[in-house]
Unconditional design. Structure first.
Length: 85
């Protein structure tokens, strides 16, 4: 039996964990366990099991995720990228 994906639940449920951004491709929300003053997670609405499952066709989505993350930082600052496979 496949374990439910908690990120998919956040991405596809209206009003989940105080979303700070939503569009047709991604959602962004504050981390439940922040490790920085501003710790946002930007995740795709479509399920990706691991980074290993990505292909060159997913580069536009990854760029979009990075653009969203940068735009949400106040004031503009650095972006840490992390994959939690």
């Amino acid at each position: 039996m496949r374990r439910a994906c908690s990120f998919c639940a956040y991405a596809n449920v209206e009003g989940a964990r105080a979303l700070v951004y939503r569009d047709d491709k991604v959602v962004a929300f504050e981390s439940a366990n922040p490790r920085a003053i501003q710790h946002l997670l930007v995740i795709p609405k479509e399920h990706y099991g691991t980074v290993a499952g990505l292909s060159v066709d997913d580069v536009p989505l990854l760029r979009h995720m990075l653009q969203v993350g940068r735009a949400l930082l106040q004031p503009p600052g650095g972006v840490n990228l992390f994959s939690s496979d």
